[in-house]
Design a protein around this ligand. Structure first.
Ligand SMILES: *Cc1c(COP(=O)(O)O)cnc(C)c1O
Length: 459
């Protein structure tokens, strides 16, 4: 049952079928080109699209806009210390700004960085440093039917093999992304984090946790890792992060805000067996780089009011009702889609349901982009917007043809979940008629083509 009610509302409407057909054509069969006003249920992303609480809006009014040393910054620092256990924080305009500030000083040309699976902006920042981002997913992570509690885990054997190949001195950082966004939002166990910490200590690498969805991860740990069954979500959320030297955070995820982010770090004395990481030096260097790219380190590219809302949002994220509502709502969407005949990635992860478009539209070969065809049909049928994560987004990569339906936080209700499932059922009913797509125009950078390319149905 929902633990909140609406106080501010935003009207949404379903355009007529005729209009949806026209919009799809005008958008070049790319949902990124559709106006939000023409979308009824927008599941494009859970990033910065959720609703803030009354307390967060109140904090915005009280936000301190001072350039240096603002009160709102101190509130954020205290919230990060209480909720995440890090005594130091360098704010940034959003998660990727934090990634730039941290990886820009930690990673050098020729280095290798390990990650359970790099999120796309993380991969881009590592590559931008001239380094090699290497994924270490566990066996079964890419299998949508494999049943395991922690499919987001970091594969230590694979990590050790890579370290042996490239030399420990060339691996400055190991990153663990919780939950694992690029692996269908699957969780990582605390036991796995402990083992990664050991590896990091052995090779004197900095252990970074990409903490964007650290509370969703804590919920799965409580549910699935016996040792933590009786712990509170807040305690698990913090415990997971004690293994990290630093964390990268996007406020747009579990900061429960519409913008913002930060790097959080330990102070020098926090962990005695810290594998040789000089936390004081790291903090100073991250701060200097953040001044260059983000802003003075007490606002970091955010307005003071956004800093204030983030401080409140972080505390709300670990209060009991939020995360239970959140993860169970995503799971309910998964159940309803399955009932509607849509094959999905299982178990369902923390922030989104991933539909296996290859299995949903088996007549459409990979080159004709079955995922993007499904995205278009979900829009045509019910003005539902999702995003393709398959051949269209990652051309030439050998991966599943998935469509992600990400739920914004505290935003939609059960009626809308029903609508999404009914829409999927209607598409399933006429799946033989759905045609594949071909790209007719794309930008020069292939990695970014799904944001702006134009397509048309294959004749
Ligand atoms: C969203 C996200 C980021 C980047 O955050 P932005 O605020 O979008 O820049 C980094 N890592 C993960 C796992 C994310 O989900």
């Amino acid at each position: 049952m929902r633990s909140y009610k609406a106080k501010t509302v935003e009207p949404i409407s379903l355009p007529s079928r005729e209009k949806r057909n026209r919009i799809l054509e005008e958008a070049g069969y790319n949902a990124f080109n559709v106006d939000a006003a023409d979308v009824y249920v927008d599941l494009l992303t859970d990033s910065g699209t959720g609703a803030m609480s009354g307390e967060q809006w109140a904090a915005m009014m009280r936000g301190d806009e001072a350039y240096a040393g603002s009160r709102s910054f101190h509130e954020l620092r205290e919230a990060v210390a209480d909720v995440m256990g890090f005594s130091r924080v360098v704010p940034a305009h959003q998660g990727r700004g934090a990634e730039n500030a941290l990886y820009g000083v930690l990673v050098e040309e020729g280095d290798t960085v390990l990650n359970n699976a790099h999120f796309d902006t993380t991969r881009a920042h590592i590559a931008n440093q001239g380094a090699d981002p290497v994924d270490c997913p566990v066996e079964g992570a890419r299998d949508p039917t494999h049943d395991a509690p922690f499919k987001g885990n970091f594969d230590l054997a694979r990590g050790r093999t890579v370290v042996d190949d490239v030399g420990a001195e060339n691996v400055p950082a190991i990153v663990v992304t919780i939950t694992n966004n690029s692996t269908a939002g699957q969780p990582v166990s605390v036991e796995n984090l402990r083992q990664v910490r050991e590896l990091a200590d052995e090779i004197d690498a900095t252990l970074v946790v990409d903490a964007c969805r650290f509370v969703e991860n804590a919920y799965f740990v409580k549910e699935r890792e016996d040792e933590f069954a009786d712990w509170s979500i807040a305690d698990i959320a913090r415990e997971q992060l004690t293994y990290a030297d630093a964390a990268v955070m996007s406020g747009k995820k579990e900061g429960l805000t519409n913008i913002g982010g930060f790097v959080a770090m330990r102070s020098g004395e926090y962990r005695e067996d810290d594998g040789g990481v000089d936390h004081d030096a790291l903090f100073e260097r991250v701060k200097q780089r953040a001044i260059l790219y983000e802003g003075f380190p007490t606002y970091g590219g955010m307005a003071g009011r956004d800093v204030a809302a983030l401080a409140v949002g972080l505390r709300e994220a670990v209060e009991p009702p939020y995360v239970e509502d959140r993860v169970e709502q995503v799971r309910e969407l998964g159940d309803r889609l399955k009932e509607a005949g849509a094959p999905i990635y299982e178990p369902v992860g923390g922030h989104a349901v991933y539909v296996d478009a290859g299995a949903f539209l088996p007549e459409i070969p990979r080159e004709q982009l079955p995922g993007q065809a499904l995205v278009c049909e979900l829009y045509r049928e019910g003005a539902v917007r999702g995003v393709e994560l398959g051949e269209f987004a990652f051309p030439g990569a050998d991966r599943m043809q998935l469509v992600r339906l990400a739920l914004p936080r505290r935003t939609y209700g059960r009626e809308q979940l029903e609508h999404v499932a009914e829409t999927a059922a209607a598409v399933a009913e006429r799946r033989e008629e759905v045609s594949g797509l071909e790209v007719v125009a794309e930008p020069p950078m292939k990695e970014l083509r799904h944001f702006s390319a134009e397509l048309r149905p294959v004749e």
